[in-house]
Design a protein around this ligand. Structure first.
Ligand code: ADP
Length: 464
């Protein structure tokens, strides 16, 4: 049974892990799709900004003209590569603040509701020639950042587009007192990039419905699984307890029934019929067994009652006398001499309103168990305290009850210990019924016990 439940739990957990994995994978995919869609939308929204803004256009013209002019100087040998790049940097630095400001204005016009940083980075500058091209700048070889726009940390960069333009350019230069036309072809590669402030949060917010639903479904599945396994264990336990009960009661019924069969057979015999003594003895046996059967059936019927079904007939009872009588009668009924019953009273209130019959049954159940589940010599200590409520603690030195069994001890039909080694007769109804009687009196019953040492049952009945 335990093995089966463990397997069930392991299989469920594995199933749950697999399910979480698939769910995680799907959520991750959705996240990627949403992220791509969001970034593409933003790209589309900003892609035409610098083309359609006259202010940005004129700023771009400004640095381009300066740059082409320096390039003409390079062609004529009046400047080197470093001069070109330094001049480019200078002119970009001088217009950059204005560029950034204009760009932000354009973003506002586009109604983009989140912060965007944007820049254009120069990747390559190549002077084209029919013989051999002259690379002025290549970012891959010289990682110098020549950037128009915002500075964006490398890890946050989201590429927008790569643009390259090829053009020819003619500049007039005075060389040795003569004006000369300098014409050259150029390839210019630029990369536009952006950074969207808090884009992760924005994407996650867009997915919040899906995430919430997934979490709820996950919790519901775990809850259902937990509930099902718990239910399965409880059902299995109840089924086991019921099977035990059926076995116990069958065992209890077998003996009187067998005796009755035997007695009936005897009464049919001619020699028995002739002897009045034998007839009387057999009839007495039948009567005894009949009573035993009746008692068993009554026990099952009555002791199965729930506390709401118990009809109390309460009366005012003198606590000390009442309990002393029960203990004295119980002591007298014991055949063995190895039984000692001690008592100690701490009497506050002298009387209590209870149903004498039922409370007597409850106390006798506990006292009988103290003897049934005892070792060789039995010592029962009863402590009675009636100061704030009626507290009766009945302590024995018997076999004790394990912590695990303690939790179920008041359940209907429950019998502690290993079913196979039950050598004391019983139906597992006594403590259930005792608990119901105390509950009907609005009281409580608790148990303290140590295996091999003994148990203490504590009844607590409030004064009304
Ligand atoms: P029954 O005695 O008919 O089995 P009870 O309801 O009276 O049924 O008790 C339930 C179980 O609790 C018993 O089977 C026994 O294992 C355990 N038990 C009850 N009282 C004691 C006790 N004083 N010491 C040890 N075990 C006890």
């Amino acid at each position: 049974m335990k093995k089966k439940i463990n397997l069930l739990i392991i299989a469920s957990i594995l199933g749950l892990i697999a399910l979480s994995g698939i769910q995680g994978y799907l959520i991750n995919n959705t996240y990627k799709l949403k992220k791509d869609a969001f970034i593409n939308d933003t790209r589309r929204s900003i892609s035409s900004i610098d083309d359609f803004s006259p202010a940005l256009d004129s700023l771009s013209d400004l640095w381009r003209d300066t740059f082409l002019n320096t390039l003409a100087d390079y062609k004529t040998g009046n400047a080197n590569r470093n001069d070109i790049l330094n001049n480019l940097q200078l002119v970009i630095d001088s217009i950059n603040d204005a560029y950034k400001e204009e760009y932000q204005k354009e973003l506002v016009k586009k109604n983009i509701p989140y912060g965007i940083k944007f820049h254009k980075k120069i990747r390559r500058i190549v002077l084209l020639d029919s013989v051999v091209n002259d690379t002025i700048f290549d970012f891959k070889k010289t990682p110098k950042h020549i950037v128009l726009g915002d500075t964006i940390p490398e890890n946050d960069i989201i590429a927008v587009s790569t643009t390259s333009w090829e053009t020819d350019h003619t500049s007039s230069k005075v060389i040795d007192g003569k004006t000369q036309e300098i014409t050259f072809y150029i390839l210019f590669v630029m990369q536009d990039a952006m950074d969207i402030a808090g884009w992760k949060k924005i994407v996650l917010k867009q997915m919040s419905g899906l995430l919430l639903l997934s979490i709820i479904i996950f919790i519901v599945v775990i809850g259902l699984l937990y509930y099902s396994i718990k239910n399965y264990i409880t059902q299995k336990r109840i089924a086991d307890i019921k099977t035990d009960f059926v076995n116990n009661i069958t065992h209890e019924l077998k003996t009187p029934l067998a005796t009755l069969t035997l007695a009936t057979k005897m009464l049919k015999k001619e020699e028995v019929k002739k002897s009045t003594v034998l007839v009387n003895n057999t009839v007495n046996t039948i009567e005894r067994q009949n009573k035993r059967l009746q008692k068993l059936i009554d026990q099952v019927l009555n002791n199965s009652l729930g506390y709401q079904e118990i009809q109390l007939k309460k009366e005012n009872v003198a606590i000390e006398d009442y309990i002393n009588n029960i203990l004295n009668d119980f002591q007298l009924a014991q055949k063995s001499e190895n039984i000692a019953i001690n008592r100690a009273f701490s009497i506050g209130k002298t009387h209590i309103i209870i149903d004498k019959f039922y409370i007597t049954t409850a106390l006798l159940n506990i006292l009988e168990n103290a003897i049934k589940y005892s070792k060789e010599t039995v010592t029962i200590n009863c402590n009675i305290d009636s100061n704030t409520s009626l507290k009766i603690a009945i302590q024995d030195n018997g076999i004790g009850i394990s912590d695990k069994d303690k939790k179920q001890i008041f359940e209907k039909f429950f019998r502690a210990g290993d079913k196979e080694i039950h050598n004391v007769k019983g139906l597992g109804l006594g403590l259930y019924y005792t608990n119901q009687i105390i509950k009907a009196h609005k009281g409580t019953i608790t148990i303290e016990s140590k295996e091999g040492i003994g148990s203490t049952f504590i009844l607590n009945i409030p004064f009304e």
